[in-house]
Design a protein around this ligand. Sequence first.
Ligand code: 5GP
Length: 118
Amino acid sequence: AAIPFDSPTIFDKIISREIPHHVVYEDDKVLEFRDIRPQGPIHILVIPKVKDGLTGLSKESHIDILGRLLIVAKLVAKQEGLDDGFRIVINDGPQGCQAVYHIHVHVIGGRQMNWPPG
Ligand code: 5GP
């Protein structure tokens, strides 16, 4: 099935401030905010302001934004005091349990994680 990356998502409304959210960090390229259903004491989502999926961000010109997502994710983990470790996740597509079709990096921490994930 085609993945609906061109349809609006809730994250568009978060970027445009139409719905309230807790911004952790913002610059001209990325936005970070707390997940509404946290899977740990700390759960932050890092999104690019350009709306696409992991699969769509496959050009040479996307290397910068993909790298930036991980760098800011790592920085926020440090900022939040996750010195004993944390988990970074990107869910992609239906089998990856992606619910919102705008790429986002989950930063989850503050508790012991398990592996493998379910
Ligand atoms: P996915 O399964 O697509 O990787 O994760 C989507 C995430 O977005 C979920 O963890 C969900 O809790 C979060 N989320 C969905 N809607 C909202 C919202 O309106 N506000 C915030 N802050 N997070 C949301």
